[in-house]
Design a binder for this molecule. Structure first.
Ligand code: ZN
Length: 256
């Protein structure tokens, strides 16, 4: 794959080993991740733990990392982790965003257990990355958009463009547009069909799509190819492949 010099940023990258039995112990460390992203032409990424929720370990790996990429950190928000509130306070200057995974936590984003952490994001102006999937009762985009609407100053990136199927992506894009939810963005991770991305782009514009790969589960090259297949203008590519994420996350640096 030809690599140009454009400053690419991957807004959805996991570091560490997965616990979900389906993933068979799959994992990779920060150096592995850095190598894959570098080889694919990325210069930065938003890094988060796996379902192991190892926020301290991920932050320690970022501290020990010496380049060449620049990473931002998003802790994994599991309300059952009793040490989490203290961790968030102690490391406030290092946190660029919060990562919510309703499916793994088996709680919809509207659950009261999540509320203190959403309030933390609102108080500190932290963007939130929220997994959206096909499990509608827990991880449906419509649940996430209720929270998006209630916290208009918090940027929310809906992972998998709202749910990783053509109908869910179209529904999420239409709802964001119709309800004027200007703080909602769609993350492109795991969408394989260029036309699905293109349809959302036509509804929302390139300023609202944020490139993500969901590496170390997926390879960033897969979804880079999907974006490249759209034949976008240089300005649209720049926005989706890095500009939007950098703008959303810029105010919350703590870059490593
Ligand atoms: Zn993910």
């Amino acid at each position: 794959m030809p690599i140009d010099t454009f400053d690419r940023f991957d807004a959805h990258v996991h570091v560490g080993r997965w616990q979900l039995p389906d993933f068979g112990g799959h994992g990779s460390d920060l150096d592995d991740v850095s190598g894959v992203l570098s080889a694919t032409g990325f210069t930065g990424a938003l890094v988060m733990p796996t379902d192991a929720g190892d926020n301290a370990g991920t932050l320690a790996a970022l501290d020990a990392y010496r380049g060449p990429l620049s990473f931002l950190f998003a802790p994994w928000i599991d309300p059952r982790d009793a040490s989490l509130p203290a961790f968030l306070d102690a490391n406030a200057g290092r946190i660029a965003a919060l990562k919510f995974h309703p499916s793994f936590c088996r709680l919809p984003l509207t659950a009261p257990e999540f509320r203190p952490f959403l309030q933390h994001a609102a108080d500190r102006g932290l963007p939130c990355v929220v997994h959206c999937g096909r499990w509608q009762e827990v991880a449906g985009w419509s649940i996430t958009l209720q929270v998006v609407e209630s916290l208009p100053r918090v940027p929310f990136i809906l992972s998998h463009m709202g749910g990783d199927s053509p109908g869910l992506v179209a529904g999420a894009a239409a709802a964001i547009h119709e309800r004027h939810l200007d703080n909602a963005y769609l993350g492109t991770e795991s969408i394989r069909e260029p036309w699905v991305v293109g349809r959302a782009l036509a509804v929302l514009g390139s300023e609202r799509l944020v490139f993500g790969s969901d590496h170390n589960l997926n390879h960033p090259g897969s979804f880079l190819a999907v974006i490249e297949a759209l034949g976008l203008s240089a300005a649209q590519r720049a926005a989706i492949l890095g500009g939007n994420a950098r703008r959303i996350l810029a105010l919350h640096a703590g870059s490593h």
